[in-house]
Design a protein around this ligand. Structure first.
Ligand code: SME
Length: 162
């Protein structure tokens, strides 16, 4: 079985809405969280422009561990007191960083990254991990991107928990 995904919107809010609907359809009926993360990372990579990394870190009860992603090979383990990902996971709040070089403790997995958006994934009360998007463009992510990514994650959080 293969999936044909097409995204036509040009406005960020509409594009994220299309991506969220497609993500929901992709994970429907599939209980494996890792498989669902893999497909959603691929979907976001295809749908959302100007990214150099898109993927997931999974919380193992102690720290974040690299999950399915698109982009260059990345750091495997991130403690909750490290980096943008750790900060978002610890606070269970999105971190939108316009200039990663100005973020204390930013972990440079890919030297091309200039801005970053990290959305925590929480199912019930349980921290599942984070969705991490990196861009080579400074200040790539707007408040609209943040709202769109948060809405996408909220719609499929249970399917990512697997
Ligand atoms: N930059 C992230 C680390 C993950 S990579 O960008 C894929 C951070 O500071 O948490």
């Amino acid at each position: 079985m293969s999936y044909v995904l097409a995204f036509s919107a040009t406005e960020p809010a509409e594009l994220w809405a299309e991506a969220a609907a497609a993500a929901e359809a992709l994970v429907a009926g599939e209980p494996d969280g890792i498989a669902n993360m893999a497909n959603v990372a691929a979907l976001i990579w295809q749908a959302i422009p100007d990214l150099n990394w898109a993927g997931f870190y999974r919380f193992d009860g102690r720290e974040l561990v690299l999950g399915p992603f698109q982009g260059k090979a990345a750091c495997i383990r991130i403690a909750l007191d490290k980096g943008v990902c750790g900060a978002a996971a610890r606070a269970r709040e999105t971190r939108r960083v316009e200039d990663v070089h100005a973020f204390p403790g930013h972990i440079a997995c890919d030297g091309d990254s200039r801005s970053e958006l990290v959305v925590p994934i929480v199912a019930g009360e349980r921290l599942i991990g984070v969705l991490d998007l990196d861009s080579p463009l400074p200040a790539r992510f707007t408040a609209e991107d943040q709202a769109g990514a948060e809405a996408l994650v909220a719609r499929i959080a249970t399917a990512l928990a697997g």
